[in-house]
Design a binder for this molecule. Structure first.
Ligand code: GLA
Length: 690
């Protein structure tokens, strides 16, 4: 065990990781315990051929590392760590507590999570734990302690991976107990809780703390304020477990990065709070090859990861070389798509490309999930692509640690998401992530880099701020939005923003309560459109027509001007989209889900007025991102289209993939990628070059 003080910062730990693996980390989950030892030799030979420099071990190995209560067997893991080290491959070592072993469940069956309806998950899958169970907590921390002690000085160890995709929600007795304690810390007393939860509605007033607990399935709809608190508690209680393990590991290895893996669009954990406790945001990303524009939703998730730790490079912790195995039809990626998807993550700030998993399993639940080495072996297109990418990445070490800058911020906030989607709202099909995606896409298509922020963030550095269905705002957050606009900022807010306070109760006096002042407009009634495909016409102030579907509102202006009005349906003649001059800035309100052409034009007007220009003018489907730092600047150009595209890269520089000098108009093949190291006349590059 080392005794160094904890002086290392995340940045330092990550720098050290990349120095140790020689640049961008490349590899994936490796499960040697599923294979005979002869295969291990073949594995390391192939890993070297593929350029693998980091593998994640032991994610699901608890039953092999602690074979019975207190009987630890690290022998096999020592052997594979030694073998990997001897072959120059680093290890990201996981604590295996996503899978409490059968013997532990037999000892404590109440570790299994309880569903809201009172039934219990059975053993036989994974993530089968209630994180509030004291026995689970004790045993998982004991394992972290043992692993930390045993491997702190192992030369292969580069990084820690805590648990795997934290997520299970439990409504059982342990969660119930922990929730009560959480509430007692949050509320000054039961009166406070009764007020916050509006318990006078439907006669739910509590008179003793013993009556308060987890929101098990009620007869009909349940209290939305209570459920919102339960979501917050769930995220907090899992984070508390992560932090406890992290602290154990940190004590043993102060200089190694510690992370857990996040999921795409994952709902149950507030990743802002989580990322602040990690050395890097780390993402598992599985875009569905059946969706032609899957790269757009992936892009949103990548920008979110980049933003969670304020622009710090993040990690692709898992992706697939080809097919996954959890959907109804598991389509493999077409040739070239794994490569461009990997470069997309790098373009958007990732400093690792890791897969689930190294070798495709021959048994078990995920035996059809692709690997870097598939069932057919190494003589395959997939393995050839894996090797080619590994070789290419070796030349891109200079990218690690570089960052992107953005002048546009979009809010993505878990409190908003939970409150919006908990039900008992004007429509039950509200999908927060889709609302954000809708307002993100026009920026993606135009190659405008955006940051994500939460509602607690400072907005001062941005020229344009977008609030997509930012449903829940604290008074402070609403004030920050007002101050931002009055100080000269430009704001675009969409319907269902600013509706509720942190207790999930409605702000009165007209929607959107928290934003009425800054928007100079208010709604007296929400009018979601009920029929599938139902649309209303809009007439814009400049005499064009547009349309809206899904959502409309009976809006009035106070100080705002109408940019578009409803021209059909029950709201005909009322304003639909408004712009308000407020102090030195302006605030646009979209009271309706407007069509994408109108939305694109409106957002283009706003960003042009804010002086925000694309990284490059490029055809639709060609993504351009810039990463700068360490005295270098890289322009990454990716053609997501299945046909060639022509892009003017202006002064250009050297394409680090081909070694060729590039400038002016260049042809990019379908799925083609350029990683241009720009020739800098001045550093940092002038603002207007962005
Ligand atoms: C998740 C898990 C992995 C694996 C992959 C593929 O991301 O973390 O263990 O199951 O999905 O499905």
């Amino acid at each position: 065990m080392t005794s160094e003080p904890h002086t290392s910062t995340s940045e330092h730990r990550l720098k050290r990781l990349h120095e140790r693996v020689g640049g961008i980390a490349y590899g994936g989950d490796y499960n040697p315990e599923q294979w005979p030892r002869e295969v291990w030799q073949e594995d390391v030979r192939l890993m070297k051929e593929a350029g693998v420099n980091l593998v994640t071990l032991a994610v699901f190995s608890w039953s092999r590392l602690e074979t019975a209560d207190g009987i630890y067997d690290f022998g096999w893991l020592d052997d594979i760590m030694d073998l990997l080290h001897a072959n120059g491959i680093g290890v990201d070592l996981a604590t295996p507590d996503a899978v409490p072993p059968a013997w532990l469940i037999a000892q404590h069956p109440d570790i299994l999570p309880v569903l809201a309806d009172g039934s219990t998950f059975g053993f036989g899958s994974r993530q089968h734990f209630d994180v509030s169970h004291p026995g689970y907590r004790e045993k998982s921390l004991a394992m972290a302690e043992k692993m930390g002690e045993h491997y702190a000085n192992h030369p292969a160890l580069c990084m820690w991976h805590v648990n795997n995709e934290y997520g299970p929600v439990s409504y059982g007795p342990h969660a119930d107990h922990a929730f009560r304690a959480w509430l007692q810390t949050k509320y000054s007393g039961l009166d406070h809780l009764n007020r916050a939860w509006s318990t006078d509605v439907w006669g739910q007033v509590y008179s003793d703390w013993t009556q308060v607990g987890a929101p098990a399935q009620p007869r009909t709809w349940s209290n939305p304020s209570r459920r919102l608190d339960y979501q917050r508690f769930t995220s907090d209680s899992m984070l508390e477990h992560y932090k406890a393990e992290r602290d154990v590991l940190r004590r043993h290895t102060p200089d190694l990065p510690i992370v857990t893996n996040f999921m795409r669009f994952y709902k149950n954990n507030d990743y802002w709070a989580w990322a602040a406790e990690e050395d890097a945001a780390a993402l598992d990303i599985y875009p569905d090859p059946r969706e032609a524009d899957a790269h757009v939703a992936a892009a949103l998730n990548f920008d979110l990861m980049r933003s969670l730790r304020k622009g710090q490079p993040w990690l692709v912790m898992e992706q697939a070389t080809g097919a996954v195995s959890q959907w109804s039809v598991n389509v493999s990626k077409l040739p070239g798509k794994m490569r461009i998807g990997s470069y997309q993550a790098i373009a958007q700030g990732a400093d690792s490309i890791l897969f689930f998993q190294w070798r495709q399993a021959k048994g078990g639940t995920e035996r059809y999930h692709s690997g870097m080495v598939n069932h057919a072996g190494a003589n395959t297109r997939v393995f050839r692509e894996v090797c080619e990418l590994g070789q290419e990445l070796k030349g891109l070490a200079g990218l690690t640690g570089t960052r992107s800058t953005a002048k546009v911020a979009l809010v993505f906030d878990w409190d908003c998401r939970w409150a919006l989607e908990l039900g008992n709202s004007p429509r039950s099909d509200l999908n927060y992530a889709q609302e954000v995606l809708r307002l993100y896409r026009p920026f993606f298509d135009a190659n405008i880099t955006v940051d994500f922020v939460d509602t607690k963030s400072d907005l001062g550095q941005y020229s344009l701020v977008v609030l997509p269905a930012t449903y829940l705002l604290t008074d402070d957050a609403a004030q920050r939005v007002e101050d931002y606009v009055s100080g000269g900022g430009r704001l675009v807010a969409s319907y269902l923003s600013g509706i509720v306070d942190p207790d999930n109760t409605i702000r009165l006096g007209g929607y959107p309560g928290a934003l009425r002042n800054v928007l100079g407009a208010w709604s007296e009634e929400m009018h979601p459109l009920a029929e599938e495909g139902e649309e209303v016409k809009l007439l814009t102030a400049d005499g064009n027509t547009a349309s809206a579907d899904y959502w409309t509102e009976h809006l009035h202006t106070t100080t705002a001007d109408a940019l578009a009005s409803y021209a059909s349906g029950r709201l005909s003649g009322s304003p639909a989209v408004t712009r308000n001059a407020f102090g030195g800035g302006t605030a646009v309100y979209l009271s309706a889900r407007v069509d994408s052409t109108f939305l694109e034009r409106l957002l283009a007007d706003e960003r042009e007025a804010a002086g925000i220009v694309p990284e490059l003018d490029a055809p639709l489907g060609v993504q351009v991102r810039r990463r700068t730092g360490n005295g270098r600047s890289y322009l990454l150009v990716l053609n997501h289209n299945d046909a060639p595209a022509w892009v003017d890269v202006a002064a250009g520089g050297t394409d680090r993939l081909s070694g060729a000098a590039v400038s002016g108009t260049v042809e990019l093949a379908a799925n083609g990628v350029l990683v241009i190291e720009e020739t800098l006349e001045e550093y940092p590059p002038a603002e207007n070059a962005r």
